[in-house]
Design a protein around this ligand. Structure first.
Ligand code: 26V
Length: 801
């Protein structure tokens, strides 16, 4: 196994880079741009991944090992240079090589655009899972879509969000290999031909799914898996006849139409779009992946009866739910299995992860659309439904109210269904799938999310990495619970001092970046309080902002009190069609403009909201944060993973008992977590009461005042009515109970202030957060999926070295 890594010296590596600069980029050092250098470095690193990649394929084949297929509409990968370099343990060699070539390694690293093929938590989780699958040496493929345009770029104009197309593929993507020979025809529409017992789907249109492979290397370079992304291409690239007739647009129309399927990532992660194109995207990448899986099975001389022993297919939410009907279709229509047998075989392979309970995010497809795009699959869904009704006597249907319900379909077609935190899995059992849980009592299980410690500590927080290495050794990146060994050091004044110094340095780094990239001055000695995530009502950025306004009032009323200086950092995008979320963004920026210009709170309170939050920005901000805001309405955040990233980097949480916050608090200790707010059960009860928000506002002076200021235009003097609607909703409905939790939140923030004032005890809290969250490594999560759902195994003994 150790032969897998090709350890080069810095000199040798520099030569490889230089070779790529000339041979791959066609430049000499005198004329190379930073892009050329980045390509050369990336390709040189990619070269080093090939050996473990091939060796992993060979090992898997020889061991006849079961493979895991992770089907996900989103992979929010971010940058890869540092990730690959550190996993190969070649970061020093790479940096030294670049230095010897006269290049600034850090600058080249930061030149890489994020691969932003995801919206948020669900997509980033898929990327962390790919890292852990490779680190654990589990044979696996990630399957997804090679979007031409990733998540839109966010700009602010007069405080409002403007979206522009993201364009990562205008530059070559250094990490991928195009596989023109791996292509499948994917059909849409058409009719179903019957003859006797057999059915055959005759699609009306066909496009090509074409594979692009990115190797994903694990820690220590011992194993590499493949992320295979599908691009849509036309069957016929160009219509020469049209061209010759002078119809130039028509000549390329086929190509443009086909490519539409993989053109753009859907930017809405809550409201069910119900758009035909989205269904086509889902079927496109799922069908290509299933064909690829069966082709591999065939090539290994296996029969489809072996599928459940050979193959585990995990559905990342319902987006690839059509995998069930598609696999059944291929087994029945093309391989002539009996329907019920085919359904059982498919179920033996499939697992389904639920990531949200929000009703508007649960996918349902109107039957007419479904039938138009996938006529044969609709028939198969009916067969699946009858088999389920017959076997279980359950009243739950897949087809209901004219819709195909993808959650029910996924549940019924999967042998295991999991939630993503303990609380969320309980709610999955008790709410959306209550009846199905009774029908299939052993199907639901929990798999609490995790994060990769390589990206989210080792790489993003180099000074903390060094301090931890010096204190407990270097075993932790592959065995994160070793961080427990830091616990005794929480009593060591010298260690606390060093830990605090790391945080201070990271804050200076952010302050400098805010100055140079956003022209904002912040005091690095102030508390950095961050809420960075998608803008959603249930995440309650609005409550955070109201608390900021109330604090502003309080400081102005008592300017001579002992205030703890704070910088409130917001980051995040709103779905382009989510009007309320966009108003919240506008309001954050409006409030920031007023508060930041107020001399009375200068040095005490500041709001910063850098535009275009993404994975790379998270890597910069998280290590510099003192306080992590995880304040969703209990029962709504399935897990959260940002919460884990902050705790790991020494930022205690202010939060509700929601998602994985519950488990984080249990592990770090209640005394190291600032808890407030209604519980999930209390939220349900409160919603039954009449006028709960009016009642909550009536008893809170602070809240009333802040709401009045916002609705009277204090923060929008040129347009005083701007936020009437937003505030009216809080007064009259407030579905997410911002008003009900406000006072408790404000009080918790003041407990934070006092705790922060004692810097020694605050740092001790921060250390204990880092020390006790090792369990939230995605290595643990993946090991548990492998054991409880996939029955898949590691093919490397010594990953933890
Ligand atoms: C839904 C839809 C609906 C149709 C349009 C496109 C689209 C895209 C994504 C989604 C599902 C979003 C669900 C999601 O991201 N859930 C988050 O998953 C994280 C990983 O498990 C978890 O930590 C977050 O709490 C949860 O909100």
């Amino acid at each position: 196994l150790n032969e897998r890594r090709n350890l080069l010296t810095a000199e040798q590596f520099a030569e490889v880079i230089l070779n790529h600069l000339t041979s791959s980029q066609g430049k000499d050092p005198e004329h190379a741009s930073i892009y050329d250098w980045r390509m050369a470095l990336s390709l040189a690193l990619r070269d080093q991944v090939i050996r473990p990649w091939f060796a992993s394929t060979r090992t898997t084949y020889e061991a006849e090992a079961k493979r895991v297929y992770y089907l996900s509409m989103e992979f929010l990968v971010g940058r890869l240079i540092e990730d690959v370099a550190t996993n190969l343990r070649a970061e020093d060699v790479a940096a030294a090589a670049m230095r010897s070539l006269g290049q600034d390694y850090g600058q080249v690293v930061r030149d890489e655009p994020d691969a932003a093929l995801g919206n948020g938590g669900l997509g980033r989780l898929a990327a962390c899972f790919m890292d852990s699958l490779a680190t654990l040496g589990i044979p696996a493929y990630g399957y997804g879509i090679r979007y031409e345009h990733g998540l839109f770029e966010q700009h602010f104009k007069d405080g409002q969000q403007i979206e522009t197309a993201e364009n990562w593929l205008t530059q070559r993507y250094a990490w991928e290999f195009e596989r023109p020979e791996v292509r499948y025809e994917i059909g849409f529409g058409g009719t179903v031909e019957k003859s006797g017992q057999t059915s055959k789907w005759i699609p009306a249109e066909t496009i090509i799914a074409s594979a692009y492979d990115t190797p994903v290397v694990g820690w220590n370079g011992l194993w590499a898996n493949t992320l295979r992304l599908w691009a849509a291409k036309p069957v016929k690239v160009f219509d020469l006849d049209s061209f010759n007739r002078g119809e130039y647009l028509a000549a390329s129309e086929l190509e443009a139409l086909a490519r539409t399927i993989s053109r753009v990532l859907y930017p809405d992660d809550t409201s069910e779009a119900g758009k035909e194109l989205r269904l086509k995207q889902e079927y496109f990448f799922t069908a290509a992946s299933i064909k690829d899986i069966l082709r591999r099975l065939d090539s290994e001389g296996r029969v489809v009866r072996d599928l459940p022993q050979r193959v585990a297919i995990q559905l990342n939410d319902t987006h690839p739910a059509i995998a069930g009907p598609e696999l059944v279709r291929l087994l029945v229509d093309e391989r002539k299995l009996e329907m019920e047998n085919a359904i059982d075989i498919a179920r033996g392979c499939l697992g389904y992860t639920n990531h949200t309970l929000l009703p508007e995010a649960l996918e349902r497809w109107p039957e007419p659309i479904f039938k138009r795009v996938l006529p044969r699959h609709l028939e198969i869904v009916r067969e699946i439904e009858s088999a389920h009704l017959k076997a279980s006597g359950s009243p739950v249907r897949i087809l209901e109210d004219g819709d195909v319900k993808m959650g029910e379909l996924s549940f019924i077609m999967a042998h295991k269904v999991n939630g993503v935190s303990a609380l969320h899995s309980d709610l999955v059992r008790e709410t959306v799938f209550e009846q199905l849980n009774r029908d299939y009592p052993d199907r639901i299980l929990n798999q609490t999310n995790g994060i990769t410690p390589r990206r989210w500590l080792h790489n993003c927080n180099p000074d903390l990495r060094i301090l931890i290495n010096d204190t407990i050794g270097t075993g932790w990146p592959a065995d994160l619970e070793q961080l427990e060994k830091l616990v005794p050091h929480a009593q060591d004044a010298g260690f606390l001092e060093a830990f605090k110094a790391v945080k201070a340095k990271n804050k200076v780094r952010v302050a400098n970046w805010l100055k140079s990239h956003h022209y904002i001055a912040v005091d690095p000695d102030a508390m950095f309080d961050a809420q960075i995530k998608r803008i959603h009502e249930y995440k309650r950025q609005l409550m955070n902002l109201l608390e900021t306004v109330a604090l502003w009032n309080e400081i102005r009323d008592n300017p001579n009190a002992d205030w703890v200086p704070r910088v409130k950092i917001f980051g995040g995008k709103a779905a382009p069609g989510y009007v309320v979320a966009k108003q919240i963004i506008h309001l954050i920026n409006d409030v920031a403009a007023v508060i930041n210009a107020d001399p009375q709170v200068k040095g005490l309170l500041k709001i910063v909201y850098p535009e275009n939050y993404n994975v790379s920005m998270a890597e910069l901000l998280i290590p510099a944060t003192n306080l992590s805001e995880q304040i969703s309405t209990a029962g709504n955040e399935a897990s959260g993973t940002g919460n884990m990233k902050f705790a790991l980097n020494g930022a205690p949480t202010i939060g509700t008992l929601d998602g994985a916050n519950v488990e984080i608090r249990e592990r770090v200790g209640a005394e190291n977590f600032f808890l407030f707010g209604l519980t999930a059960a209390e939220v349900v009860e409160r919603r039954k009461q009449q006028n709960y928000s009016a009642a909550a506002i009536a008893v809170s002076q602070r809240l009333s005042r802040a709401l009045e200021q916002i609705e009277n235009g204090v923060f929008s003097p040129g347009d005083p009515d701007r936020y009437q609607g937003l505030v009216q909703d809080l007064r009259q409905k407030d579905y997410f109970l911002v008003t009900c939790d406000f006072d408790d939140y404000f009080a918790a923030q003041r407990r934070v202030d006092s705790a922060y004032a004692d810097q020694d005890s605050w740092t001790r809290m921060a250390v204990l957060n880092t020390a006790r969250v090792g369990w939230f490594s995605s290595d643990r999560t993946i090991a548990d999926y492998a054991k409880d759902i996939w029955n898949a195994h590691s093919l490397i003994g010594g990953a933890r070295q």
